[in-house]
Design a protein around this ligand. Structure first.
Ligand code: NAD
Length: 436
């Protein structure tokens, strides 16, 4: 089939590459010329396991352009994978989605199916369909399909090719037929439903996972107070098939481009409908507090960080990605800088994006941050070390070296990277989440 994809970010590019892998001809368009130029050279603009290899393998079926008219004019199916970031009031910013809808209306010359992969509030698919139908230039039929994306960054290719399910929200049988054709070679269960329910599946799923994380984080906080160990608790809970063992790792809170904004968007949507969704409100509040947990723990050792050397291990919101959106590092590092700390930071892939996100900020003291490509140099002579991301490089670090290299071997671990016994044997002053 002839497929176009709007947006070459985490969702758009992965959708494009996986559909090319399944034999479709895919043309990708983005407004970011730098990204398109990199893609044309066979380079992925984002770090995602197996993505660049699969892109290069399917290069004959993949083209890239900034010319959206060229991309859309004769596509049978157009996927929309542009961002829906959070607005100040917590609602989803749909400007990018509506812009693409207008561009599609302006460009298409044949009947086509427009598929919204972006996470959008309930009712958006209806609005996009009307917007396109009201503005098309030719006498053609356009149907909009909701096809929410469930991939996780770090495992995006696997999550797409071997997805747990494909949700398709349709309002006409023809759209279902076309979507079944798109996905005919994916060995994945297809769930067909009405569009609004499909839109809601996405928010309900993401927000449930966020809630599960905030729940185990609160249990972890309580474990610390009563002397239990949250890892044992999670193990005991996870064996219950009604609960499951996923998303029971406690830590310093969730980040990323989805959970924070999708919880707020659902909360906002509920408010707009005169309903308060209390569980999600609690998940948001718990997460905001949890992100500050290590800073609070550090107060046991230092009243303030003036002139202290602070080692930071991990900047990205999770391992396996270069994405920093809503990462705990972005909340904690400015606090440490404001308090006078000298920061030494390590991340295997996130440094460039971290620098980029700091570039336009008004945070004072950015010149007090230096970056290292190895952990030894990062922790050397540090007065304290904070761990924000559970990269394997960090988990596999020889903990004896904290003692050998740091000025004071104090390690505050927001991701429970090490065994308590390991740190005790190495004589490290160690504090983690939910484990005394
Ligand atoms: P992203 O920011 O990585 O990529 C969005 C891309 O769209 C950018 O490259 C941007 O330049 C491009 N764009 C903006 N306007 C455009 C236009 N008019 N035409 C063409 N391209 C345009 O975003 P993302 O992380 O891929 O997320 C996209 C959507 O998918 C969001 O709604 C998000 O909530 C949802 N989602 C994301 C994930 C994830 O893990 N990142 C998972 C599931 C769902």
């Amino acid at each position: 089939m002839k497929i176009a994809v709007a947006g070459t970010g985490y969702v758009g590019l992965v959708t494009a590459v996986c559909n090319a892998e399944m034999g479709h001809d895919v043309i990708c368009t983005d407004i970011d010329k730098n990204k398109v130029d990199m893609l044309k050279r066979g380079i992925s603009p984002i770090f995602e396991q197996d993505l660049q290899e699969l892109m290069q393998k399917n290069s004959k079926r993949l083209t890239y352009t900034i010319d959206y008219k060229l991309a859309y004019k004769d596509a049978e199916v157009i996927f929309i994978g542009v961002g829906t970031p959070e607005k100040k009031d917590g609602s989803a910013n749909l400007t990018y989605v509506y812009n693409v809808a207008k561009q599609i209306a302006e460009s298409i010359e044949n009947n086509c199916i427009v598929v919204i992969k972006s996470t959008v509030p309930i009712g958006t698919n209806d609005k996009v369909e009307k917007l396109i139908q009201d503005n098309v230039k030719h006498d053609i039929a356009v149907h909009v399909v909701s096809n929410p994306e469930f991939l996780a960054q770090g495992t995006a290719i696997k999550d797409t090719l071997y997805a747990s399910r494909i949700v398709i929200g349709i309002e006409c049988e023809y759209a279902e037929k076309v979507m079944r054709e798109v996905y005919k070679d994916y060995d994945v269960p297809i769930l067909v439903m009405d569009r609004k329910s499909a839109e809601m599946v996405k928010y309900a799923s993401n927000d449930y996972l966020a809630l599960k994380i905030s729940y185990i984080n609160e249990i972890a906080n309580l474990c610390e107070l009563v002397g239990a160990n949250v890892e044992n608790v999670a193990l005991g809970m996870g064996y219950d098939s009604r609960i499951g063992n996923k998303f029971l790792n406690s830590g310093i809170g969730y980040g990323g481009s989805c959970f924070p904004k999708d919880t707020k968007a659902l909360h906002w949507l509920a408010n707009m409908n005169d309903y308060e969704i209390k569980t999600i409100k609690a998940a948001i509040e718990v997460n905001e507090q949890q992100k500050l947990k290590l800073i609070k723990k550090a107060k046991k050792y230092y009243d303030n960080f003036e002139g202290l050397t602070v080692a930071i291990l991990g900047l990205t919101f999770k391992p396996g990605t270069d994405d920093l959106r809503e990462a705990p590092s972005l909340v904690n590092i400015p606090i440490l800088l404001e308090d006078g700390a000298i920061i030494k930071a390590f991340d295997p892939v996130g440094v460039d994006n971290f620098k980029e996100s700091m570039k336009n900020s008004d945070i004072a003291g950015l010149d007090r941050i230096s970056y290292y490509d190895n952990i030894d140099e990062t922790v050397k002579d540090a007065d304290i070390c904070f761990i924000f991301t559970e990269w394997n490089e960090i988990k596999n670090y020889d903990v004896e070296k904290f003692g050998d290299l740091m000025k004071k071997a104090i390690v505050l671990d927001g991701r429970n990277c090490f065994k308590l016994s390991q740190m005790e044997n190495a004589n490290i002053e160690y504090s983690s989440i939910g484990r005394n």
